[in-house]
Design a protein around this ligand. Structure first.
Ligand SMILES: NC(=O)c1ccc[n+]([C@@H]2O[C@H](COP(=O)([O-])OP(=O)(O)OC[C@H]3O[C@@H](n4cnc5c(N)ncnc54)[C@H](OP(=O)(O)O)[C@@H]3O)[C@@H](O)[C@H]2O)c1
Length: 279
């Protein structure tokens, strides 16, 4: 199986309807050998049916990470061209309403699991000699918004860890990129709604009224302004994979570019005024 001459790409979070799945399809069409992973068995079965080499992977479980790393090693003969860390979820809720357990769970998936997988696959990337590590961060990896504190914190942390790793990997042949999407059509908001209902005691919160409005917006599942399809992230991923000089950061969607420049130009208090208006 390691005789396959295509460049191999390992992707997390490839369940149907999400960014990972679209990226898997686009990368395959572009000639990459995609090792697609998903957290749920039925999603792994769907991926296999679509012809992907597919594997179960739950970032919250070290045993699952170990099994997926062993699988990738066996499939690729120990040399992996690229890892796209895509899987994550958003835990809505005001900072004051986050329990320690809920915040920890957000970090278990978005940061600790992603980190564990990365360091365990790193020897395979290093063995390749000209490899790519691509992180799916977010606009919320550098801009804070109300009621997104847990997700903000996990993505800010991912950005910090990745910036450090990029410095440490200089000269190894592993090139590191971060994609920062703004609003993208996927199952993200529906999954966030579930986490909100399950983990936030909204009725007893000081912010009960604000939560009702937020809940309504999440339930409507309407596109936020400037929402793009998941192909927009796929395009950035393909550039990071194919370019001999991939960018350090790929900002995807108008809001990402806008908030990036506003953050650089406005004093912090003015910026807060802008951000408080975002629902
Ligand atoms: N959509 C946006 O507007 C947007 C904007 C900026 C950044 N992003 C980032 O884009 C990435 C993909 O999100 P998406 O928009 O495609 O959302 P999505 O449709 O909810 O997909 C998220 C994927 O992550 C998987 N996942 C969640 N917890 C996991 C765990 N413990 N172990 C392994 N996989 C897990 C999900 O699996 P299940 O299906 O089993 O839950 C799903 O496959 C995330 O990193 C997200 O932060 C999204």
């Amino acid at each position: 199986m390691s005789q396959d001459s295509r460049k191999s790409l390992f992707i997390t979070g490839c369940s149907e309807g999400g960014i990972g799945h679209t990226c898997a399809l686009m990368a395959r069409d572009a000639g990459f050998r995609v090792l697609a992973t998903a957290r749920r068995r039925e999603e792994v079965a769907k991926l296999a049916k679509e012809g992907f080499e597919a594997q179960l992977l739950d970032l919250d479980e070290s045993a699952s990470i170990d099994a997926a790393v062993a699988w990738a090693k066996a499939r690729t003969g120990g040399k992996l061209y690229a890892l796209f860390n895509n899987a994550a979820y958003g835990q809505p809720g005001a900072v004051e309403d986050l329990s320690r357990e809920v915040l920890r769970a957000q970090f278990e998936t978005n940061l600790f699991g992603t980190h564990e997988l990365t360091v365990k696959l790193l020897p395979l990337l290093l063995a390749h000699g000209d490899a790519r590590l691509v992180q799916n961060s977010s606009l919320l990896g550098f801009v804070a918004l109300r009621y997104r504190g847990a997700y903000n914190a996990s993505k800010f942390a991912l950005e910090g860890l990745t910036d450090t790793l990029r410095l440490e990997l200089e000269g190894t042949g592993v090139k590191v990129s971060i994609i920062e999407p703004g609003p993208i059509r996927s199952r993200f908001r529906r999954n966030a709604l579930e986490k909100f209902l399950a983990n936030i005691d909204r009725r007893h919160s000081r912010l009960a009224k604000a939560y009702e409005a937020k809940l309504e917006a999440l339930r409507k599942d309407d596109d936020a302004p400037f929402t793009l399809g998941p192909e927009a992230v796929g395009k950035a991923l393909l550039h990071a994979l194919k370019s001999p000089r991939p960018k350090v950061r790929y900002r995807v969607t108008v809001p990402t570019h806008l908030f990036y420049w506003l953050g650089r130009c406005l004093p912090s208090r003015w910026m807060d005024g802008v951000l408080r208006r975002v629902e």
